[in-house]
Write a protein that binds this ligand. Structure first.
Ligand code: SAH
Ligand code: F3S
Length: 484
């Protein structure tokens, strides 16, 4: 799950706090919340804002006037945690001048460190794990009474299905809908199963209701979110791993991801639908057929592979080998001929040899991804890899391999972008381009960013036809063409 399309950058560089922006909304007390890491955290912050709005908190983008500052944190790599630690240090100064201001830590670091956080970072008043946000009102009461408060209980049921997110920091065009929480895959490098708990899916009726509500409020694009969306399975509630124990009736009336996609596509036919993240081992051909069948499901799949070496994939417990992944790519290209595909890669996983690394580069040459998110391996406490494997690839080798992976991706991104040049594509306008208010930015179906001049006849949220005229590795450039 990603916050931005990145080509030739590491994800760590992209981690940054985003202040939620719905100033002065309801309430006298002021909440300032920053999200780090994956889209799920950004989406969860909207749930937190909704829960706290009921307690009389309005959000602010000015941390200096906040009564409550919350950091929704990420643990995926060491650097992500360091970013949060640095932010806490900078908040320390502010807290000196405003001792009444309360500071809370949410998300994966809260879950990973639990009450240790309170010892390590003295200014923190509140530590709340990803499944415990409904308890925030009680925890705040404690904090306001001068005590410290912690709730990091992971849940078998919690999906926040009935919480209507406050769409903060939104462009009014695209929104997230969470559909699963947790992950059962236990990739050996990954901290997520420990911080987000076991996998559970959300009732499809509540997902459809949220999609319709977004449509009614003028949104034009929805991204269905989960650590592993292809594994979505609703059978009346409960953990995915307990599906076998459910009644025959519950099993027979269950809804899988391919079916959910179809339901959403039919419920909101004028809305673009995206989803993230797909784990290759859980992606069925039925999902590919749903994408091909419905024009409003975007032809784009984020399909992390992590390595091109079958031996390393096995060590990572990814559940598929190189050949199976290539076979899946071939089926995608056949069933959805113009599908955009992006990757996540990890350079320097324990025991990775130069040959394994070459396998990664050769897989990239075969797939020719549109873009990717690339990282070097960062050992995470308690994961299988941390417990059983030595982090034995020296840092300079990890970095060199990562540089080579990024260089390869840049080449492919440019090549893939060039293939759009000369075509007329439907673009959803998301807002002004970064560089100029005379230009729009928006995405094509395959999720490539497109920048083009305004004509004065269109507005944010419109679908327009754009002739793609030029590109670089990250962006397509075009001009609006008339509809007739
Ligand atoms: N659910 C997603 C991944 C979520 S984590 C999936 O199925 O792949 C997002 C990305 O962070 C991963 O795809 C991986 O590339 C990277 N990542 C996770 N743990 C990491 C670690 N310990 N070191 C470096 N990168 C890591
Ligand atoms: Fe992590 Fe693997 Fe799940 S990367 S989020 S354990 S699919």
């Amino acid at each position: 799950m990603k916050e931005a399309a990145l080509v030739g950058k590491t994800m760590d560089e992209s981690i940054q706090g985003t202040a939620l922006m719905q100033e002065g909304e309801r309430g006298s007390r002021k909440l300032y919340i920053e999200s780090y890491g994956c889209q799920m955290n950004f989406s969860d912050s909207e749930i937190v804002a909704s829960i706290l709005a009921k307690e009389g908190f309005g959000t602010t983008r000015n941390v200096e006037e906040a009564d409550l500052v919350l950091l929704n944190t990420c643990s995926i790599r060491d650097k992500a945690e360091q970013t949060v630690r640095n932010r806490l240090s900078s908040l320390n100064q502010l807290k000196q001048s405003r001792p009444e201001m309360k500071i809370g830590v949410l998300g994966c670091m809260a879950e990973r460190l639990k009450d240790k956080f309170l010892d390590e970072e003295k200014l923190v008043d509140l530590v709340v794990g990803p499944d415990a946000y409904r308890d925030l009102p009680n925890l705040l009461e404690k904090v306001e009474g001068g005590r410290k408060a912690v709730n990091v209980i992971l849940s078998k049921e919690e999906t926040y299905a009935d919480v209507s997110p406050v769409r903060i920091d939104s462009n009014g065009v695209s929104a997230f809908i969470s559909i699963t929480r947790g992950c059962d895959n236990m990739c050996t490098f990954c901290v997520v199963p420990f911080t987000r708990g076991r996998e559970r899916s959300r009732n499809p009726e509540t997902i459809l209701a949220e999609a319709k509500d977004l449509e009614a409020r003028g949104y034009k694009e929805i991204t269905l979110l989960g650590q592993n969306v292809d594994s979505y399975l609703w059978y009346g509630g409960g953990l995915k791993k307990d599906f076998d124990k459910a009644s025959e009736i519950a099993q027979a009336s269950s809804v899988n991801f391919a079916q959910l996609l179809a339901k959403v596509a039919e419920a909101v036919p004028g809305i673009r639908i995206r989803f993230s993240t797909s784990n290759p081992q859980d992606m069925s051909d039925d999902v590919l057929h749903s994408i091909a069948k419905y024009p409003n499901i975007c032809n784009y799949i984020h399909l992390p592979v992590q390595s091109g070496s079958s031996r390393i994939l096995k060590e990572m417990n990814r559940g598929h080998n190189r050949e199976e992944y290539i076979a899946l790519i071939n089926r995608i290209r056949k069933i959805i001929p113009d599908c955009g595909i992006s990757q996540d890669m990890i350079a320097g996983f324990p025991t990775e040899t130069e040959e394994d690394h070459q396998e990664t580069l050769s897989l990239m040459d075969i797939v020719r991804y549109d873009y990717g998110y690339m990282f070097y391996y960062s050992e995470r406490p308690n994961t299988f890899a941390a417990r059983k494997m030595e982090d034995d690839v020296p840092l300079e080798i990890k970095k060199r391999r990562l540089t080579e992976i990024i260089a390869s991706q840049r080449k492919h991104s440019l090549e893939r972008n060039r293939a759009h040049v000369g075509k007329i594509q439907e673009i959803l306008i998301e807002g002004d381009s970064k560089k100029s208010d005379q230009e729009w930015k928006g995405r094509n179906d395959q999720n490539a960013m497109v920048v083009f001049a305004k004509t004065g006849n269109e507005k944010k949220g419109d679908f327009v036809k754009v002739l793609i005229k030029d590109c670089n590795t990250a962006t397509l450039f075009g001009e609006i063409v008339s509809e007739d």
